[in-house]
Design a protein around this ligand. Sequence first.
Ligand code: HEM
Length: 343
Amino acid sequence: MASPPVVDAEYRKAIEKARRDLRALISSKNCAPIMLRLAWHDAGTYDVNTKTGGPNGSIRNEEECKHGSNNGLKISIDLCEEVKKKNPKITYADLYQLAGVVAVEITGGPTVEFCPGRKDSLVSPKEGRLPDAKQGFSTLWSSVLFDAILFAICAFLCIIAVPYQRQVASSGREVNLSELKNSSRAGAQHLRDIFYRMGLSDKDIVALSGGHTLGRAHPERSGFEGAWTKEPLKFDNSYFVELLEGEKEGLLKLPTDKAVLEDPEFRGYVELYAKDEDAFFKDYAVSHKKLSELGFNPSSPSSVNKLDAKTGTILAQSAVGVAAAAAVVILSYFYEASRKKMK
Ligand code: HEM
C-alpha cells in the first residue's frame, strides 16, 4: 500500500482542477452513470472487520477489473486516465471517488462533500465482495418453471380429469407465492450481508440503491437489459417512484431491487424517498459520503477546528502560567525590598 498523499494547498488545487476536468469530460461524453458505478465498485469491496478493500483505486488492477461484477468498467477507468494524466499528483483512489461525486452533481443530484487524501493500493480483494443482482433470481426462475410445468399438468388434467384441476392449481399458487416471498427474503438478506460487511446500514442500502436513478444495464455486461427510469441521465427520486409503481414495459427491475421493495424495513425508506425527493437527496448525500470514505479518515474541517481549539487552550494555559510566575517574581521582589527597609 502506497503512503497517503500530503493534502496541502497544492494537492487541494490539483483536486479542484481535476473536478473541473471531470465535469467537462462527463458532460461531453454523457458518462455520469458509469463513473458513479466505478466509484461505487472501487469503494464497495470494503470489509469493516479486516479493514481491507474500499476506495483505494485497486479496481484499476487488471485482476480486479476482470471480476465479473466489474464488466464494462474498464471504459470508465480509461476515461479517468485522461484526467489523471492532466493531474498526476492526485491518487487514483481520490480521482475515482471525485468522479462519482461529480457524476451525481452534474446530473442534478445532491452535493456530496468530498474530502481528499485517500491512498492507492495495488492489493485487490478476492472476487465476490460486491452484490449479486441475481440473488433471489434462481428461486424466482424456478418458480416460473414450476408455473409452466403446473400449467402443462393442469391442461392435461383439464382433458382427462377436470374435477382435479382447481385443487392442483390452487395448491400450486400457494407454493408459488411462498417461493416468491422466500426469494425476496433471500435477496434482502444478501444485500444486508454485503452492506453490513462494509459497515453500512439499512438506510444506506436503500438510499444508495437510488443510484440506479442513473444509467442502464447492458446484456453483454451483466445479462440484464434496460434503464430503471425514463430519464437515465437525470439524478432524481424516480427510481423509487418506478419501484412502487411495479413492472412497466421497457423499465428494468433487478431481483435485488424487488427485494428492497418486499422487505418491510427497506420499504419504509422506499415510500419516503418516492414521496419526498428532498429527504432522498439529504440521506443519499450522507450515505454516498460514507461509502466514499470507507476505511479512510479524512481530516475534516471540524477536526481542524477542534485542533485549533485545543492549541488555543494550551496557549491560554501557558499564558496564565507565565503571568502567575511573573506575579510571584514581582511580589517576592517587593517583599525583599520592604524587608531590607525594615532592617
Ligand atoms: C444494491 C446492490 C446493487 C446491485 C445488485 C447492483 C447491480 C447493478 C447491475 C446488474 C447493473 C447493470 C450493469 C450493466 O449491465 O452495465 C448496475 C448498474 C449501475 N449501478 Fe448498480 N447495483 C447495486 C448498487 C448500486 C449502488 C450502491 C450504486 C451507486 C450509488 C449503483 C450504481 C449503478 C449505476 C449508476 C449503474 C448504471 C451503469 C451504466 O449505465 O453503465 N449501483 N448495477
